[in-house]
Design a protein around this ligand. Sequence first.
Ligand code: BES
Ligand code: MN
Ligand code: ZN
Length: 502
Amino acid sequence: MDFSIKTLDAKTAAATLKTGCIAVGVFENKKLTQAAKELDSKGQISAALKSGDISGKAGSTLLLRGVAGTAAERVLLVGLGADENVSEKSFQSAVQAVAKVFASLGANEAVVALPFDGVQKRDVAWTIRCAVLAARENAYRYDTTKSKKDPVEGGVKKVAFAVGAANAAAAKAAAAQANALANGMDLTRDLGNLPPNIATPTYLANTAKKLGKEFGFNVEVLDRKQIEALKMGSFLAVTQGSEEPPKFIVLKHNGGKPKDAPVVLVGKGITFDTGGISLKPGANMDEMKYDMCGAGSVLGTFRAIGEMGLKLNVIGVIPTCENMPSGRATKPGDIVTSMSGQTIEILNTDAEGRLILCDALTYAERFKPAVVVDIATLTGACVTALGHHNSGLFTRDDEAHDALADALLAAGKETGDTAWRMPLGDAYQEQLKSNFADMANIGGPPGGSITAACFLERYTKQYTWAHLDIAGTAWKGGAAKGATGRPVPLLTTFLINRANGK
Ligand code: BES
Ligand code: MN
Ligand code: ZN
């Protein structure tokens, strides 16, 4: 899909645009947007509204052909709701509706002339991104492992956004940035959706190397011997039941000044989580192929910032392996020594995410990071707490951490990829007490997502750190089963804002 910007001014009026389809907004009170008025010289659009063929409710649509006085073959009327000061939500419904109609239209190219500068509290960059993401979301297909690919029938391939001259430059930059973000999300979705016999640790490592070649990242992949040399006893305990070789992936995007401290993203890369000896029940266990979505989101975010050429130093760290039962697997009660030197009593081998992340978090110290954010499908308890709408956000609560949390929450709100802040603290830490090691790897049922975060917190004392539990947001189950690409929008926007000094 190709996106471009068309500048509308006195010379180029909406009515003169030669295109397969032009989408314009209408309101519930039968009022027209400026662009719709310009196409209404013969009153056909007003008549359509009056007849009740389109309500104007946000997301309602009506396709008209042969609108007199307009050069476009078709006019798509799109409802924007009641308020002429369009709400965020109404705009979102409108662009989603346009994307749906465009997907099966008999036109190759189209123009969207919605009020990109008329949305409450949002600027043109926001509305353009919203429109691009809606189009790309609609166009996403997973068919890598289907022998018969779904045929792509018709649909608009080239979309131009019509804006006023004053907004053209901002709109152009926003469209390019949003498309890069969508490319990153698509990669994250593909990696998540791929079956666990294909998306192995080796596959993730090869994906990182490929990204490195394409976008100029420095990529290092450590194998088992090197992981052993680093004394990552906790990570090794998780991989030891599996035949599939573990990998420890490090990507570097050196977009900032050489001396600037990097942002480090750490992604959980369990390519299949059986639970290990603490075996999971069989129902829906296939969904544990998504247990690498933290890793996938780091790779997707790199895909996005690489294409953008983001001026920021960012390092990605991905510990990746399978969690399998076998005669060599870790047993409940085993005690291991993490890279930090702290010992861990593994009371439940299904609490494996924290075991691979803790060594990666210790490894991250060497980069003297500005901040570290880990991303993990860490706990079912997080899904119980927050459902599928918000990712769980955990940080300590001093000033530096509050600032980091606020920046992450704001980036999430900006892109509709929201997170919700959860507590940490000594009271919860007590649940991790072990009689035989420095800590246990589980804290019992109460506050399961919090004690998991508390476990990680013990490995992050050297820097400012945040943890995102994406167990409820990284993929959808049921009939629409599939990866969502979250939290790539949150992470990428957080990094963009940081690069812009915000
Ligand atoms: N990958 C799972 C978390 C998960 C489970 C995410 C279901 C999404 C849906 C994680 O490794 C896990 O198994 N966590 C356990 C922890 C428990 C043993 C303390 C859990 O959440 O049940
Ligand atoms: Mn598990
Ligand atoms: Zn897991």
